[in-house]
Design a protein around this ligand. Structure first.
Ligand code: BTN
Length: 249
């Protein structure tokens, strides 16, 4: 059943859960399209590359959005579109609603200057060549101001602006942004918005390859399949999948 307030989102607020992504993934059949599960605390928050996602209880947003896609809407080889959707909605919300100079760091982080304000874990369900559902797992640092020193470079909305924020309000605004961009999922305009102004695009920087070897190069773009194009110092334009290259920060 949809809430009566005109919002298409069905929000489930949990106190504590191992991981909102796992919670949704275990209940995909039972949950409606546009369900959102938030948790005040995650005991086993999952990050990219098998890392853990740690967030101060009640200080940040940790939530997962379930999108169920109609048959033959999005091909599996176009799954980067879902990354584009979530990152563009979040970046634009931070910039336009809160005046925070956020940028997308390929493929799906949001940075402010050289610090990470938001991470995403996007997990898709497939049938054959088609995506049937997507779980957009989002960890947005909102009010936290101190972190474990082992974390590389975190920041938060509060760290950037000096203000603290109501978590429900931030979530509501983000969902509004997402709703606005949903019809663009397969449009060129969304892809353009994703690739415009990527973190470190057009500048020469060091990178680390799968063997940990450092090389220098400049981001030239992102292929539709999600691979990052880097023009390396030897003059060769190389394409890297997510696990094949890392920024050196
Ligand atoms: C990253 O490593 O940058 C991705 C972090 C994604 C964290 C979010 S928090 C909500 C959702 N549930 C999870 O277990 N992970 C994602």
């Amino acid at each position: 059943m949809k809430p009566a307030n005109g919002s298409p989102w069905q929000i489930f607020r949990l106190e504590s859960v191992p991981s909102t992504n796992s919670y949704v993934s275990e209940r995909v059949q039972a949950l409606d399209n546009l369900s959102v599960v938030t948790a005040r605390c995650q005991s086993e928050g999952r990050g990219q590359r098998g890392n853990r996602w740690v967030a101060g209880p009640g200080e940040n947003l940790t939530f997962s959005v379930l999108l169920k896609l109609p048959e033959e809407r999005l091909e599996a080889r176009r799954q980067m579109r879902l990354t584009a959707l979530a990152t563009v909605a979040l970046r634009d919300g931070l910039r336009e609603d809160y005046g925070i100079p956020a940028v997308i760091k390929w493929p799906n982080d949001i940075y402010v200057r050289d610090r990470k304000i938001c991470g995403m874990l996007i997990e898709n369900g497939l049938t054959g060549h088609w995506i049937t559902h997507s779980i957009l797992g989002i960890g947005l640092n909102v009010n936290q101001t101190a972190w474990d020193p082992s974390l590389l470079n975190p920041t938060s909305m509060r760290r950037v602006t000096g203000q603290s924020y109501d978590l429900d309000e931030v979530l509501r605004r983000f969902l509004g942004r997402l709703q606005e961009r949903l019809p663009d999922l397969t449009e060129e305009s969304l892809w353009q918005d994703y690739t415009d102004g990527l973190y470190r695009a057009g500048e020469r920087h060091p990178w680390s390859d799968v063997f940990g070897r450092i090389f220098y190069g400049t981001i030239k773009g992102v292929r539709k399949d999600g691979r990052l194009e880097i023009l390396c110092d030897d003059g060769i334009l190389r394409r890297f999948a997510f696990k094949e290259v890392q920024y050196v920060l």
